[in-house]
Ligand binder design. Structure first.
Ligand code: MN
Ligand code: MN
Length: 469
């Protein structure tokens, strides 16, 4: 007679042949879950200090110097184990740890972006209307505009004055700082607004930021509220209105990163696309010790606007840097690049139970199922993707499985539902093997984005084992 608890042939076969992914919360020991939770503490601090690409570079450099990294010296012959960083125009940074093998055996590269959707001030931003002072903005990156109204905002960036001096601005982050916001109509008077199409519910030119309301005490001039604001700004930063022309000021959500959920299993914060991969790829390179291959983390700018511009990965700053490094050893840059491998470290859209229709659940990524390896992105017929080869996916898959990295596959929504891209295609253009690897996110590009602590930790592990391989 068959014993009751003996597994049937079908059960055994099913275990052997069929895919069976479990929630990371079931797969990880309590000890490892604690590690994941602890890792998120540093991550949240980073998010609070690095709300713009410039601030992310400053934080990355600080953390790198604490870890023994030094500024890159062009033409220097580095030894195995040497650690250095190169900053591109204050908005992107390349961190390198030299490996034991020669450079033409390839670099292990992780590429994440540190720019996030936000409201940029226009170059003539300040105006007064109906005795209120406001800033005109131009939104940066893909946003649902209505989400950015009535959210407390802080103002970050730099102003280059007429005298050439660069002033750093950060208002709204300290507890007693003032904040700013885009106003919205009360529902009582929104009958006409609610008839607009959702894309136009709040229009681009309606994303005006309220910054003041008290007039300068004087009877002789008009625009007294504007003058009062300008007088405050002049006192604080020594600027005049024309100085806005040579400024980069970014309005971002003011709130700090917080734990989400009674179980504190998630992180709710602004800018997690893609600082969640930036932080994990940064931590991985900082902890990378005497690797076989030379390892690099590049934290880049301008991904959200298409990677164009001299701080985006569609520019030549990365291949130029690698070429400079290669020449010192008598090597040709493109030979080093062609032998290299890259994890394009960017987030993926997690399944949202409230909006399941846009994802195909057999192939979409889920919160807590680990870091996502996405073979291809793009839209329509895979337009605008690099589509990692089966060979490279196979290699990355083995690497993760052998090193207990909990991972899943993902795609950017159902076929023909929309789509998007990452920096992977620009890396692939250089003739490098590349695959998207990153953290699943809920409410991507909203002022408040959601990630899971297990997935964050697994992203860190994924980049770490890639560097160690
Ligand atoms: Mn991204
Ligand atoms: Mn994005």
């Amino acid at each position: 007679m068959e014993k009751k608890n003996e597994r049937s042939k079908a059960e055994k076969l099913s275990e052997k042949l069929l895919s069976d992914h479990k929630n990371g919360g079931l797969r990880l020991s309590d000890e490892k879950l604690k590690k994941a939770d602890k890792f998120a503490v540093g991550y949240k601090q980073f998010l609070d200090l690095a709300k713009t690409e410039r601030e992310a570079v400053i934080q990355a450099v600080k953390m790198a110097e604490d870890a023994g990294f030094v500024p890159y010296e062009k033409g220097k012959k580095y030894e195995s184990g040497d650690k250095f960083y190169f900053v591109n125009r204050g908005k992107a940074v390349i961190l390198t740890v030299m490996g034991k093998k020669p450079l033409d055996e390839g670099i292990r590269l992780a590429a994440a972006h540190i720019d996030s959707p936000r409201l940029d001030l226009k170059q003539n931003p300040l105006y007064e209307d109906m005795e209120l002072a406001l800033f005109k903005t131009h939104y940066y990156g893909g946003i649902k505009k209505y989400q950015w109204t009535t959210v407390p905002m802080s103002l970050h960036g730099v102003i280059v004055r007429a005298d050439g001096e660069k002033i750093t601005v950060c208002v709204g982050e300290d507890e007693d700082d003032p904040v700013f916001c885009v106003t919205d109509l009360l529902p009582h008077l929104a009958t006409a607004q609610m008839k607009r199409t959702p894309a136009e519910l709040v229009k681009g030119e309606e994303l005006n930021i309220l910054i003041g309301s008290r007039p300068f005490k004087d009877d002789k001039i008009s625009n007294k509220v504007k003058l009062n604001i300008m007088s405050i700004l002049n006192e604080k930063y020594g600027i005049t209105e024309d100085d806005f022309i040579s400024a980069e000021l970014e309005a971002v959500p003011q709130f700090k990163a917080r734990d989400l959920g009674f179980d504190r299993s998630m992180v709710a914060a602004y800018g997690q696309d893609d600082r969640v991969c930036a932080y994990t790829a940064l931590e991985a390179i900082l902890k990378c010790k005497e690797p076989e291959h030379t390892c690099m983390t590049v934290l880049t700018d301008k991904e959200e606007t298409g990677s164009d511009g001299n701080t985006g990965l569609n520019s030549s700053y990365l291949p130029y840097f690698i070429d400079d490094l290669a020449r010192v050893y008598g090597l040709v840059g493109h030979n080093v690049i062609s032998a290299s491998e890259c994890l394009s470290a960017d987030v993926n859209a997690a399944v949202d139970p409230t909006f399941p229709d846009v994802t195909e659940t057999r192939n979409a990524s889920k919160l807590n199922y680990g870091v996502v390896a996405t073979k291809f992105t793009g839209s329509r017929g895979k337009s605008g993707t690099s589509d990692a080869s089966a060979e490279f996916v196979g290699r990355v898959r083995r690497l993760f499985d052998e090193n207990e990295v909990i991972w899943q596959t993902g795609e950017l929504g159902k076929v023909d539902m929309g789509g998007g891209g990452t920096v992977a295609q620009y890396i692939a253009d250089l003739d490098m093997d590349v695959i998207d690897v990153g953290v699943p996110v809920l409410s991507m590009h909203a002022p408040l984005e959601v990630t899971s602590k297990i997935d964050i930790y697994m992203a860190y592990k994924a980049f770490s084992v890639f560097f160690a391989d």
